[in-house]
Design a protein around this ligand. Structure first.
Ligand SMILES: [Zn+2]
Ligand SMILES: [Zn+2]
Ligand SMILES: [Zn+2]
Ligand SMILES: [Zn+2]
Length: 671
C-alpha cells in the first residue's frame, strides 16, 4: 500500500469544489445534504499503487481505493484463499484480498481489450469501472476459511446435526438457511454494507441517479470514473466541465450491474438483468463470472496465483485469454436459467447473442487453460493432506457451532434500515443473517472458540489445541480411484459419503489389535472424502461450451464493424483436435481418513474390504438395517491388525501401495 496515501479531511463545505483559480463550483444536481461528505478525485492521496506477485503492479483509481479501504473489504486480508492449504504448501498463505485486487486488475484489462477491439460496441469508461468493481468485490462474501465455511454451512453441519439430532434444539428460534445459499449471495449484502460504510446506498426507485447519500462518508457524486481527465490535467485541477459530466457518475443501476456480474444471474426478485439492458453489452456479464464457458478473469487470476504459491510455478497468467478475447455472435451455451438474454423475445428467432470468444487458433491454449484447472485441483486443492486439514477444520466448526454464539450488538455500528438487528446472538453457521456480524468473521475464528469459556465447547477446543495447532492432521489410510465410465464405478460414485460410511460399519468380521484385544469400528473413527478433479465441466469437454472465431473472420480490417456485422462464432470441432484431447476430463477418488490414531489400521482395513466388495459390484448387498452376520456369513473372518490377514490377491492395489509407502510421504512439500 502507498504509505503516503493518508486521508486528509478537507474543510470546505461538502458540496463545493475548488477550481484552479480558487472559485467554488457547485456540481450540478447536488443539493446540500445534512451529512459530512468528502470528495475523492485523482489526486495522489486518493489513488494508490501496489506491487503484486502475479500482475507486477496494480493501480487503484479513487473509487477502488475508497472501497478497498473499507472495513468490509479489508476483512479479506484475514481470509486465506486456500483455507489453510499452507499446512501442506508452506507459501499458500495468500489471502482473498490480493486475489480480489488481481481479479479487479484483470477485469479492467479484459474490458479495455474488448473496448479497443470493438469501438462500435460503445463500451464506456463507466462500463469498464463497473466490471472492475465487480472483480474487486466478487469474493467479498466469503466466510472464514473460504470454501470450507461454505461446505460446513451447506453440507457438513446439516449432516452432523442429522447424526446428532439432540443438538438441533440449539437452533430453535433461528430460521433455516435457504437451500441455494452461496458466498456470492452474501457478496450482495456485503456490497450494501460496504456502501453503507461510505455513507451511500443503492436506490431501487431511482436507478439512474447517483447513489443515495445516507450518512457521512464519500460524496455520492465523486463515486465516478476519472479516466476522461486523469491525464489531461494536473493535481487539484478539477474543472467544472468534468464534474458536470454526469455520465461518469456511478448510479444505483451501475451497482445493480456490479452485483449481477458477481451473481452471474439476475438479482433475487428480478426476472432479467437490470444493470445493462442493452443486448449488445450482454457479454460484459461474462468477464468476472462466465456463465457460458466458465473461462473468466477470476480463474485466470487464481490458477496462476495458487500455482505460483504452492509449487513456485512462474506465476504467469494465461495472457492470451485476456489479450486475444473478441466478441462475436454465438449460440448460447449457458445452463438453463442463467442466461435470461436467451429468453427475451428479440432472441426467439436465432437464439444467438454477443459472447466472449477466441480465435480458432487459440483452441489448444483454451484447452491448456482448463487443464490447469484440473492440475490445480488434483495437486493442490484436493491434495490428500490439504483435504485432511480441511476435514479437521470442518469437524471443529461442526462441533463448535451448536454452542458458539456471536453477539450482534456492536458498540460502533449505527444500523441503518437495511440490516436491522433481528437476533441478539447468532451461531457461526448463521452469521450471514446479520451482515454486521458476518463482517467480523475471518480465519481467526478458532482463536475466539479456543478462548471462549463455555465448557460445552471443550471437544472443539480440544481438536483445535491438540490437532489443528500442532498439525496432527487426520491420516489418510486408504483410497480408491473411481472410473465413472464403467457401470460399477458409476454406482460406487453415486453413493454419498454417509452411505459409504454406513456400509463400512455393517461390514462383518471381528478385528483385533496386535495384542489380541478386540477392535470395533465406530462412526466417529473415520471420515470419508469424495474428491473430483476435472476440466471444469464434469466429465465433459469444456471446449464444447466455448465459441471460436474463424481465421478469415478475424482480419483486422473487419475490426470496426458494428454489432450487427460481427461474425458468427463456430463450435469446437472435436475431429480436428483429437490429438490434443485427454482420454478423460475428470478423475474421481474416494479417500478414507482416520480420526482415531489407535484405529487407523482398522479403518484402512475395513475400507479395503468395502472397496473390494464394491468393485465386484456386490456393494448392493450391504444394508444399513440388516444384521451384518446374516448378510455376510461366508466372508466373515477374524483379522489381527497389523499385519492384515487377507491374501495378497484380494487386497486392492491402492491398499497395498499405502502400506508399502513411507509414512511421511508428503515430506517433499510438508512442513
Ligand atoms: Zn468465489
Ligand atoms: Zn475469486
Ligand atoms: Zn447465453
Ligand atoms: Zn476384516
Amino acid at each position: 500500500m502507498n504509505e503516503q496515501g493518508k486521508r486528509v479531511h478537507r474543510e470546505e463545505p461538502h458540496h463545493v469544489l475548488p477550481s484552479p483559480d480558487g472559485t467554488m463550483i457547485l456540481p450540478k444536481r447536488l443539493k446540500p445534504a445534512p451529512f459530512k461528505t468528502r470528495f475523492i478525485s485523482p489526486r495522489d492521496h486518493d489513488t494508490a499503487r501496489t506491487n503484486d506477485e502475479i500482475h507486477t503492479s496494480i493501480s487503484f483509481c479513487p473509487v477502488v481505493r475508497a472501497i478497498v479501504d473499507t472495513r468490509v473489504f479489508q476483512r479479506l486480508r484475514g481470509i486465506q484463499q486456500l483455507a489453510r492449504a499452507d499446512l501442506v504448501f508452506m507459501n499458500t498463505n495468500h489471502s482473498r484480498f490480493e486475489h480480489s485486487l488481481g481479479v479487479a486488475h484483470l477485469a479492467e484489462r479484459l474490458c479495455k481489450r474488448l473496448q479497443e477491439q470493438h469501438p462500435k460496441l460503445k463500451i464506456s469508461h463507466k462500463d469498464v469501472l463497473c466490471v472492475k468493481l465487480a472483480g474487486l468485490l466478487h469474493d467479498i462474501g466469503h466466510g472464514p476459511f473460504s470454501h470450507t465455511y461454505e461446505v460446513v454451512v451447506k453440507n457438513a453441519l446439516p449432516q452432523y446435526l442429522d447424526d446428532h439430532p439432540d443438538l438441533k434444539e440449539h437452533y430453535a428460534g433461528y430460521p433455516k438457511l435457504a437451500k441455494d445459499w452461496c458466498h456470492e449471495k452474501v457478496s450482495l449484502d456485503m456490497i450494501d454494507l460496504c456502501l453503507d460504510e461510505l455513507g451511500l446506498q443503492i436506490d431501487y426507485q431511482e436507478l439512474d441517479r447517483p447513489l443515495k447519500q445516507i450518512g457521512d462518508g464519500l460524496d455520492r457524486c465523486s463515486m465516478r470514473c476519472f479516466n476522461s481527465f486523469k491525464n489531461e490535467i494536473d493535481d487539484f485541477s478539477i474543472t467544472k466541465v468534468h464534474y458536470n459530466d454526469d455520465d461518469d457518475i456511478l448510479t444505483s443501476r451501475d451497482f445493480c450491474f456490479i452485483k449481477e456480474c458477481i451473481l452471474g444471474r439476475p438479482l433475487p426478485g428480478f426476472k432479467d438483468f437490470i444493470g445493462r439492458t442493452n443486448m449488445h453489452k450482454e457479454f460484459l456479464y461474462d468477464i468476472v463470472c462466465n456463465r457460458h464457458s466458465g473461462l473468466d478473469v477470476d480463474k485466470i487470476d487464481y490458477f496462476a496465483r495458487d500455482e505460483r504459491r504452492a509449487i513456485w510455478a512462474s506465476g504467469e497468467i494465461e495472457t492470451l485469454m485476456v489479450d486475444e478475447a473478441v466478441v462475436a455472435w454465438a449460440a448460447c451455451t449457458a445452463e438453463r436459467g442463467s442466461c435470461p438474454g436467451c429468453d427475451r423475445p428479440e432472441h426467439k428467432h436465432h437464439k444467438h447473442h454477443l459472447m466472449i470468444c477466441y480465435p480458432e487458433k487459440r483452441i489448444p491454449d483454451c484447452l491448456r487453460f482448463f487443464k490447469k484447472r484440473y492440475t490445480n485441483h488434483d495437486t493442490i486443492y484436493k491434495h490428500k493432506t490439504t483435504r485432511a486439514g480441511q476435514l479437521l477444520m470442518c469437524d471443529i466448526l461442526c462441533q463448535a457451532d451448536p454452542f458458539f454464539r456471536i453477539f450482534t450488538p456492536h458498540p460502533f455500528v449505527k444500523r441503518g434500515p437495511l440490516f436491522p438487528q433481528k437476533f441478539e446472538k447468532l451461531p457461526l453457521s448463521l452469521a450471514m443473517l446479520d451482515p454486521y456480524v458476518f463482517m467480523d468473521l475471518d480465519d481467526s475464528i478458532f482463536e475466539l472458540i479456543l478462548h471462549s469459556p463455555d465448557p460445552r465447547l471443550n471437544p472443539a477446543k480440544k481438536l483445535i489445541y491438540e490437532r489443528y495447532k500442532s498439525r496432527k492432521l487426520y491420516k489418510c489410510v486408504g483410497w480408491e480411484v473411481i472410473d465413472r465410465k464403467d457401470e460399477i464405478g458409476m454406482n460406487i460414485w453415486k453413493k454419498s459419503e454417509s452411505q459409504i460410511a454406513a456400509e463400512m460399519l455393517t461390514m462383518g468380521g471381528e478385528h483385533r489389535d496386535s495384542d489380541g484385544k478386540p477392535l470395533v469400528l465406530e462412526k466417529e473413527d473415520f471420515v470419508l472424502d469424495k474428491c473430483s478433479s476435472n476440466y471444469g465441466s464434469g466429465d465433459k469437454n469444456p471446449l464444447e461450451k466455448m465459441r471460436f472465431v474463424r481465421r478469415e473472420d478475424m482480419s483486422t480490417h473487419k475490426k470496426h464493424r458494428p454489432a450487427e456485422d460481427l461474425p458468427l462464432a463456430i463450435l469446437f470441432d472435436e475431429k480436428r483436435f483429437s490429438t490434443e484431447l485427454p482420454r478423460s476430463f475428470e478423475s474421481n477418488i474416494i479417500r478414507v481418513y482416520s480420526r482415531n490414531d489407535e484405529k487407523s489400521d482398522l479403518v484402512g482395513h475395513v475400507f479395503a474390504e468395502w472397496i473390494e466388495k464394491a468393485l465386484l459390484g456386490k456393494a448392493g448387498i450391504f444394508s444399513m438395517t440388516s444384521d451384518p452376520e446374516e448378510v455376510d456369513d461366508d466372508e466373515e473372518e477374524d483379522c489381527k491388525l497389523p499385519p492384515v490377514e487377507l491374501s495378497q490377491e484380494s487386497i486392492p492395489e491402492n491398499y497395498r501401495e499405502f502400506y508399502g509407502e513411507d509414512d511421511d510421504d508428503d515430506k517433499s512439500i510438508a512442513l
